[in-house]
Design a binder for this molecule. Structure first.
Ligand code: FES
Ligand code: FES
Length: 159
């Protein structure tokens, strides 16, 4: 067994798991954080996307042990108790999701993008979502929502 301790959504969580356990399984099965979805389990769909030390990663491709000591943000850590994150709010306002299965991964990919590039072009947004497959939408409303969230976040942090 491998002892793993990670900082998830600002809280230190620890578990003892078989060494082949992925970060996705650790989050879902040990920590009951089921926002990151198990889609393909081979790195193709992006449904399992979480942010590790500021970068989006496919949690199905990272071993839990590789995340030891690192900071992980999942969709559960994005909103505050009573308020959606501006990206989530923009997705709601634009009706950007249908079944929603891809949503947590898409939104976290968008967050990682906006943290790095506060004013991305539509092409940069498309590139950031390239690893997130959505079977329901045409991505257009997602891109519009991310552009609006970017504007709102810039307004919020400008003086
Ligand atoms: S479940 Fe990880 S990329 Fe599909
Ligand atoms: S909204 Fe259904 S997979 Fe994206």
């Amino acid at each position: 067994m491998a002892n793993v301790s990670i900082i998830v959504n600002g809280e230190t969580r620890a578990a003892s798991v078989p060494p082949e356990t992925t970060l996705l399984r650790l989050l879902r099965d040990n920590f009951n954080l089921t926002g990151a979805k198990l889609g393909c389990d081979v790195g193709d769909c992006g449904a399992c996307t979480v942010i590790v030390d500021g970068k989006p990663v496919n949690a199905c491709l990272m071993l839990a042990g590789q995340a030891d000591g690192r900071e992980v943000l999942t969709i559960e850590g994005l909103a505050s108790m009573d308020r959606l994150h501006p990206i989530q709010k923009a997705f709601e306002d634009h009706a950007s999701l249908q079944c929603g299965f891809c949503g947590p991964g898409v939104i976290l990919s968008a967050k990682a993008l906006l943290d790095e590039i506060p004013d991305p072009t539509a092409q940069q947004i498309r590139n950031a979502l390239a690893g997130n497959l959505c079977r329901c939408t045409g991505y257009t409303k997602m891109i519009e929502a991310i552009q609006e969230a970017a504007r709102n976040l810039r307004d919020k942090f400008s003086v």
